[in-house]
Ligand binder design. Structure first.
Ligand code: ADP
Ligand code: MG
Ligand code: ZN
Length: 600
């Protein structure tokens, strides 16, 4: 495109130059004069010879005119008596056999060129407004990112050992394709990295390229949303064409779900473009057999919405799970990222890892950065554990909002509410210790908070543990009821969580005897929560529905009773601690321990 524009500009410039030069050359010696002046020159014998054209007569002077130093004079009139006059003065003359060919050509060629120029200019203006430029159909080089030298290596990606070991084979294949072909082995065509956002899928794909030292072609699925139908497909074709030229290499399609959404899954319709692109991708996937040394990687956080055709054997048939890291994984990730900061010697990263259950790699990278920011703000020499704690709190509960002030009554209610959570937690669970309670408003919606720190990651939970968890969540509301005999809106979040848990116990975990080991609600296999467009199907009777509702309510009621009972039993401790909380605004682990030790 760029080259093309340059050519056009040069062409126009050259044309103008020629035209101007022509005029200039013509005008150098020639001057147009009235016919009587021409006649006078004839009379005074200044003219050497004369050329007669159709509509003008040109006289070549013997010497340049004094007036303007011109040697040719032209009169724009050819009178019938010219011939006799020329003969009379004895001047050499002849008739020019004039051809109008050149001027004719120019008279239509120039306007035409002019309009073509305008057309090109306009069309470029119009089409470059959208994402896809009209002139660049099929020439998507600008949008395909190729990195020849990747600096990311496997040591930059931590906590995803399983995924790494699965990808190890790909690296070996890329390094030494011959070795694999020897026995006829072929690389799987496509490997799909599946996992929640921020777990390091993009990073992992890059690291594979870095380890194997091959070029890395990457394109994001969301970039295929193009203006013209067919552009995306052309782009896919282009991508693979280029990749084949650079083999061995890696082609990485990020956010595959944006492109590979199940066909016809969108009720809004108008999926023509994506369908074409997807079809082209399928064609390309079938087109190469792994022997070419092109390895296709893709990433998605929503594998459940992908078109089944993509996941068929021979296409993206290998899926590598990149899940949220466990505690040891988090420690490894932290170790990777703290290399970039100046860490205090006393910081025990194990502790930080233990406090960050559920954090992804991206969250942890963010955490390290936040901690470094806190340390800088406090003019510290190095980043301390304190900074990490602050950063964790910030990330968990959102930014501290110092400007928000609760009135005295609200503050009191929040204090009792939070202590309700804390006391129930301390009484019901010996594992999940409460580390901090605060009534400083933070983030949106949270008036106070209680941080309970599990000391280990849990994957399995018994009904009793779930019930305890619900009791803790309801502790806030129970406390409000016990001490103020009223309910506030502050518990809406707690209640939502409890309801979800209770429903899950009944309809997903099969924990209710009468309902059997049956799943009543299809698990939404979505990492990003509910899929808006798929309607909930209810494939059980009205009677069962009623039973489910009753049991859910029963479970919640029971959990509430439990919380209420605990608080009633420890009434004075809740009161004492709540007053302390109002005074100090935050209570830490040790301060809380004093109260917890007195619990009945
Ligand atoms: P995804 O593609 O899964 O959404 P990214 O690969 O874009 O996540 O991760 C974003 C950033 O988070 C990375 O650049 C890296 O700094 C950090 N990160 C994520 N996962 C890890 C990990 N497993 N090890 C180290 N850093 C990680
Ligand atoms: Mg990504
Ligand atoms: Zn609460």
């Amino acid at each position: 495109m760029k080259n093309y524009r340059f050519n056009l500009t040069y062409f126009v410039l050259a044309l103008l130059t020629v035209l101007l030069l022509q005029d200039y050359l013509k005008g150098v010696k020639t001057t147009v004069v009235p016919y009587n002046e021409f006649q006078a020159a004839l009379e005074s014998n200044e003219i050497k010879e004369v050329v007669v054209y159709n509509e003008e007569v040109k006289g070549y002077l013997k010497e340049a005119r004094k007036k303007d130093n011109k040697t040719v004079i032209v009169a724009r009139r050819v009178p019938p008596e010219l011939r006799s006059e020329l003969e009379k003065y004895g001047v050499k003359f002849w008739r020019a056999n004039e051809s109008s060919f050149l001027s004719d050509i120019f008279s239509w060629l120039i306007p035409m060129l002019f309009f073509i120029g305008i057309w090109i200019f306009l069309s470029r203006k119009i089409f470059s407004g959208g994402q896809g430029s009209f002139m660049s159909v099929g020439k998507s080089k600008a949008k395909i990112y190729v990195e020849k030298k990747i600096k990311v290596s496997f040591s930059d990606v931590a906590g995803v050992d399983e995924a790494k070991s699965e990808l190890e084979e790909v690296i070996n294949f890329l390094k030494d394709a011959k070795h694999y072909e020897r026995l006829g082995a072929k690389m799987p065509r496509g490997i799909l990295l599946v996992g929640p956002p921020g777990t390091g899928k993009t990073l992992l794909a890059k690291a594979v390229a870095g380890e194997a030292a091959v070029p890395f072609f990457s394109i994001s699925g969301s970039e295929f949303v193009e203006m013209f139908v067919g552009v995306g497909a052309a782009r896919v074709r282009d991508l693979f064409e280029q990749a084949r030229k650079h083999a061995p290499c890696i082609v990485f399609i990020d956010e595959l779900d944006a492109l590979g959404k199940a066909r016809g899954a969108n009720p809004m319709g108008g999926q023509d473009e994506k369908e074409q692109t997807l079809n082209q991708l399928l064609v390309e996937l079938d087109g190469f057999d792994g022997g070419e040394g092109v390895v296709l990687l893709a990433a998605t956080n929503r594998p459940e919405i992908l078109d089944p055709a993509l996941l068929r054997a021979g296409r993206f048939d290998r899926q590598v799970l990149v899940d949220r890291p466990d505690r040891i994984g988090r420690l490894q990730i932290l170790n990777v990222h703290v290399k970039k900061i100046k860490l205090d010697r006393n910081v025990e990263l194990e502790q930080v890892a233990a406090l960050t259950t559920g954090f992804t790699g991206a969250d942890l990278a963010n955490l390290v950065n936040e901690a470094a920011l806190f340390a800088t703000r406090n003019n510290r020499e190095s980043v301390t554990l304190e900074d990490f704690n602050l950063a964790i709190e910030r990330i968990i509960t959102g930014l501290e909002k110092k400007s928000r002030v609760l009135n005295k009554m609200e503050q009191k209610i929040v204090a009792y509410h939070e202590m309700g959570h804390a006391i129930v937690a301390a009484s019901c669970s010996k594992v999940n210790k409460v580390h901090k309670v605060s009534i400083i408003p933070r983030g949106v919606g949270a008036l106070g908070y209680t941080i309970q720190r599990p000391t280990e990651d849990r994957y399995l939970m018994s009904p009793l543990e779930l019930e305890n968890k619900m009791a803790v969540l309801l502790g806030g509301r129970a406390s409000e009821k016990l001490f103020f005999n009223e309910m506030t809106t502050g518990s809406s979040d707690d209640i939502a969580k409890v309801t979800e848990m209770a429903r899950a116990m009944v309809t997903k975990y099969g924990m209710i005897k009468e309902l059997g080991h049956i799943v009543y609600e299809q698990q939404q296999q979505s990492y990003l929560g509910i899929d808006q467009f798929s309607p909930k199907t209810k494939n059980y009777s009205e009677k069962t529905a009623q039973l489910i509702d009753e049991r859910v309510k029963e479970i919640v009621d029971k959990a509430f009773e439990k919380a209420y009972h605990v608080l009633e039993l420890n009434r004075d401790i809740v009161e004492k601690s709540a007053l302390e909380l109002i005074k100090k605004e935050t209570l830490t682990g040790e301060e809380l321990e004093v109260f917890f030790n007195q619990l009945n």
